[in-house]
Structure formats: structure tokens, C-alpha cells
Write a protein that binds this ligand. Structure first.
Ligand SMILES: CC(C)(COP(=O)(O)OP(=O)(O)OC[C@H]1O[C@@H](n2cnc3c(N)ncnc32)[C@H](O)[C@@H]1OP(=O)(O)O)[C@@H](O)C(=O)NCCC(=O)NCCS
Length: 135
């Protein structure tokens, strides 16, 4: 079924991870804790990285992290990823988080964006060459 609101997500981005913000994820102000969102984005980027690297990859840097709008308990947070660059052993992955308000089917808001750099690692936790794309 077509969801016209999904068209707000830039086309190269893929839906990667979705989670509901819960009371345990709040900060002292009652809003959702920024660290929780970064963790979610890191997991989404990791999922994209492991898939492209065909095995383990670890976060080496997070760049250009931006928080545009607050997130509240009950919001449905969706992380979209786009592999921007594939290096020798590293991957640069752009992540955007969008929120759907709890009681709305159509109200989508972009809440965060960031660039996550992952390095593929071998069994000794050393950088490993990223294989050529197979698909
Ligand atoms: C990731 C890790 C294995 C890299 O080891 P390293 O010896 O520093 O690696 P190198 O210097 O050979 O760099 C490997 C690649 O990462 C890139 N890179 C390293 N540090 C970077 C940084 N701060 N920003 C952007 N890219 C970086 C390099 O450019 C290189 O890319 P390329 O091979 O595609 O050209 C090592 O730093 C590590 O284990 N870090 C901890 C990772 C971790 O535990 N993350 C979880 C979060 S707590």
C-alpha cells in the first residue's frame, strides 16, 4: 500500500529500524534522551554496515549529528540509512530519523540526522577489506 508520507524520505535512503519511544528512554526534562536516539541510529547504521561489509563492522566516528525536533514518549521512531561511501575498510553511512506521532497516520517529522563511519573488522578486531558488492 502506498504511503504518501514516505515520499518525504529521500529516495536513496532505506528503512532500516523502527522503535517506539518509551518512558524509560526519557531525560530529566521528560523528553526522549538524545543518547537513546543516537544509539538507535548507531544500530541502524550498524545493520547497513554489517550487511554491506558481509560481516562485523564497528563504529569509528559519528559526524554531523543534528537534533531537529524533540521526541516524546509514544512516538514511533524510524531510522533510514544510506551508504554514502565505501572505502577500503570503512563505510560512510548517512542516517535520518523520522517520527510518526502516536495517534496520527500521516504526521511524519524528521527529528535527527547524522553521518556514521564504520570499519569492517576481522576476527582479530583489525580492519578488513570490504568485499565487492555482490548484488
Ligand atoms: C575501528 C578500528 C578497528 C580502526 O582501527 P585503525 O587501526 O585505527 O584503522 P585505520 O587507521 O587503518 O583506518 C581504517 C579505516 O577507518 C577510517 N577511519 C579511522 N578513523 C577514522 C575517523 N576518526 N573518522 C573517519 N574515518 C576513520 C580510515 O580512513 C580507514 O578507512 P579506509 O580503509 O576505508 O581508507 C579501531 O579504531 C577500533 O577498534 N576502534 C574501536 C571501535 C569500537 O569499539 N566501536 C564501538 C563504539 S564504542
Amino acid at each position: 500500500m502506498e504511503n504518501k508520507d514516505q515520499k518525504l524520505i529521500p529516495p536513496p535512503y532505506e528503512p532500516t529500524l523502527r522503535m517506539i519511544a518509551m518512558p524509560k528512554d526519557t531525560n530529566a526534562n521528560g523528553n526522549i534522551f538524545g543518547g537513546w536516539l543516537v544509539s538507535l541510529m548507531d544500530m541502524a547504521a550498524g545493520s547497513a554496515a554489517w550487511r554491506r561489509a558481509n560481516g562485523p563492522a564497528v563504529t569509528v566516528a559519528i559526524e554531523k549529528m543534528e537534533f531537529h525536533q524533540p521526541v516524546f514518549v509514544g512516538d514511533e521512531v524510524s531510522c533510514y540509512t544510506h551508504i554514502e561511501r565505501v572505502g577500503k575498510t570503512s563505510l560512510t553511512i548517512k542516517v535520518e530519523s523520522w517520527v510518526r506521532k502516536r495517534f496520527s497516520a500521516t504526521n511524519w517529522v524528521k527529528v535527527t540526522q547524522g553521518t556514521f563511519i564504520f570499519v569492517a573488522i576481522d576476527e582479530n578486531h583489525k580492519p578488513r577489506l570490504i568485499p565487492a558488492e555482490t548484488e
